[in-house]
Ligand binder design. Structure first.
Ligand code: ADP
Ligand code: MG
Length: 329
């Protein structure tokens, strides 16, 4: 378990609440809800949100043999494969972000990700000859979606899908929607391994205070570099300190890969945090921004409405987009 939690100061106050923490989607997932409903109702809401996360895990986890993504990866180069609504939605949005970021975020890096194995017991530094055939491919241009038939087809068999950089964001959005629509929750904090999404305000009516981990600290998640107050927003960080492999020579190789080089992204950033409404978008954009580096990422983010970002570079310099700079503490 290398991907841990962001710092959250929740301030539960006197309002009743319910919470649960479980390992889902390969990470620590915590759901906290508050409200004047009965304890039973609050417990039921948390349980239902966790159930939804587990349902999505069965679709998106490459570590579950019977998952939908594994089925698609094994079959979609042979013939179009019909997929679930969840799968279709995430794949369609992933291809959108792959094109928008020119492959900085790329859902077709599955084979390269598996080759490195970072975050698994099989992590290693591959040989350049192994990496070369998996770089510079732009396979996201070779995934065909058929909206009518609801199918996916791969135009070649040289790649596989991996939604590691977007599935947690989608899960966060889905869990939030379920809590709001089906359980009328108006105050909640969900944390999926540092992907945070909030509903409303804290139970005492004040905004949530969220911290951005200090990547240079030995325990980044316990030491916020900055904090800020948010209401009803999501907050997603991609960083080089979360999941990495330390080679025998001491070199650290982190888990966000640059598809154009085949190696861990080396853009001068230690972390990028995206703050916006939609967690799926925030997840894709945090990964893309990390690969692009600050300058290119800032240019890209400026073109998208309602998206703010905080960058921490490898020299510990903190920079934020205009819309959020004044709110950092
Ligand atoms: P985290 O998993 O810590 O939340 P990210 O959202 O940045 O961080 O996702 C990283 C994961 O996404 C990797 O573990 C891998 O599965 C996958 N991945 C790695 N590099 C890329 C990339 N350039 N584009 C899309 N997915 C990637
Ligand atoms: Mg991401």
């Amino acid at each position: 378990m290398a991907a841990l939690m962001c710092i959250c100061f929740t301030g539960c106050g006197e309002t009743p609440g319910a919470s649960q923490t479980q390992i889902v989607l390969g990470t620590v997932v915590t759901v906290q809800v508050y409200g004047r409903q009965s304890q039973e109702a609050l417990d039921g809401a948390v349980e239902a949100a966790m159930d939804r996360a587990r349902e999505l895990e069965q679709i998106f986890s490459v570590n579950i043999d019977s998952s939908e993504i594994n089925y698609v990866n094994q079959n979609a180069a042979k013939a179009p494969v019909p997929v679930s609504d969840d799968f279709y939605t995430v794949l369609e949005r992933s291809l959108y972000f792959a094109r928008l970021t020119e492959g900085a975020f790329d859902p077709t890096l599955g084979k390269l990700i598996r080759l490195w194995g970072i975050g698994t017991d099989d992590a290693r530094v591959p040989e350049p000859e192994e990496i070369a055939p998996l770089t510079g491919r732009r396979d996201y241009e070779h995934v065909l979606l058929d909206g009518q038939a609801h199918t996916v087809f791969f135009e070649n068999d040289g790649f596989s899908l991996d939604f590691g950089a977007i599935a947690k964001g989608y899960a966060a959005d889905e869990m939030k929607e379920l809590l709001q629509e089906d359980y009328h929750i108006t105050s909640a904090l969900l944390n999926l391994g540092g992907n945070i999404i909030t509903i409303g305000n804290r139970p005492d009516g004040k905004p949530w205070t969220l911290g951005i981990a200090d990547p240079s600290s030995p325990q980044p998640e316990e030491n916020p570099a900055v904090t800020l107050q948010v209401t009803n927003l999501t907050f997603v960080t991609s960083g080089d300190y979360q999941r990495y492999y330390e080679a025998p020579d001491g070199t650290r190789y982190h888990h966000i890969l640059d598809g154009s080089t085949g190696y861990p992204a080396d853009s001068g950033l230690s972390s990028v945090t995206i703050i916006t409404q939609c967690s799926m978008d925030a997840d894709a954009l945090s990964t893309a921004s990390f690969v692009l580096g600050q300058e290119k990422a800032q240019k890209l983010l400026q073109s998208i409405n309602g998206v703010e970002a905080v960058f921490i570079d490898t020299q510990d310099q903190i920079t934020a987009t205009d819309g959020i700079r004044d709110q950092l503490q």
